[in-house]
Design a binder for this molecule. Structure first.
Ligand SMILES: *Cc1c(COP(=O)(O)O)cnc(C)c1O
Length: 229
């Protein structure tokens, strides 16, 4: 057993326990291992332990890892801010993008998604922190962007993502995640078929599961503190 496989087991058991505690179906929450700023060796240990989905924030670093690992069974998720000059490589090398914040990024990813690949899975990132500086779409603007995304044949809108202001207060965490769950429910009522709520990190994964997360993005709890690599 490597340290990484022990951590992965522990996180997985915590997720299963939270599912039970909050009356969520077993296995309704999947684990995205956030490997940004982590060395290849640790990712390889996670792969050996059976982990297949990885989240990355920095394009250059991610491309190097994707190339070096060269494993078609892996699923790569882009979860960081996207500058428009980065969309082509993202469209070519990732299966998911969680951080869609505007129409132009969505359009570029659609236009640049290679035709031999299936449509790119996307989530709209919602800003629920009421801080202008935070990334994401304002809640009132989500519906407009979601409607626009329906027009893109090379993208599949899977749901919403959020990265709330950090707090250790469980109730505050839940309140933030609840806003995103309600937004998602509202979109569903309007006819969108969405199956993904990407929310919850190492410090707030219990609260996110309580509020309906289907994918938690966990870095530190699996890989330890991030390093400069
Ligand atoms: C870094 C990061 C994570 C993982 O955070 P941890 O606290 O290490 O679990 C999750 N989501 C996003 C968008 C991130 O940038």
């Amino acid at each position: 057993m490597t340290e990484i496989s022990i951590n992965l087991n522990e996180v997985t058991q915590q997720i299963r326990a939270h599912e039970s505690k909050y009356n969520r179906p077993q296995n309704s929450v999947t684990l995205l291992a956030v490997s940004k700023s982590q060395p290849l060796e640790k990712i390889q240990q996670a792969i050996t332990a059976g982990q297949k989905s990885f989240g990355e924030n920095y394009l250059q670093e991610a491309l190097e890892k994707i190339t070096q690992l060269n494993n078609p069974q892996l699923e790569w998720h882009f979860i960081g801010p996207i500058q428009s000059n980065k969309t082509k490589k993202i469209a070519e090398h990732f299966q998911w993008v969680h951080s869609i914040e505007n129409f132009n990024t969505a359009k570029r990813l659609n236009d640049q998604r290679p035709s031999h690949l299936p449509p790119l899975n996307i989530c709209i990132q919602v800003n629920i922190s009421e801080e202008i500086t935070k990334s994401g779409v304002q809640p009132d603007d989500v519906i407009k962007l979601a409607i626009a995304c329906l027009e893109f044949p090379r993208l599949t809108l899977r749901g919403l993502m959020t990265l709330p202001a950090a707090t250790d207060n469980f109730q505050q965490q839940r309140t933030a995640f609840q806003k995103v769950r309600l937004l998602q429910e509202n979109l569903r009522k309007k006819g969108f078929t969405l199956d993904t709520l990407s929310m919850g990190m190492s410090h707030d994964m219990e609260a996110s599961t309580a509020e309906g997360a289907t994918m938690v993005r966990i870095g530190t709890k699996i890989f330890g503190k991030r390093q400069k690599i």
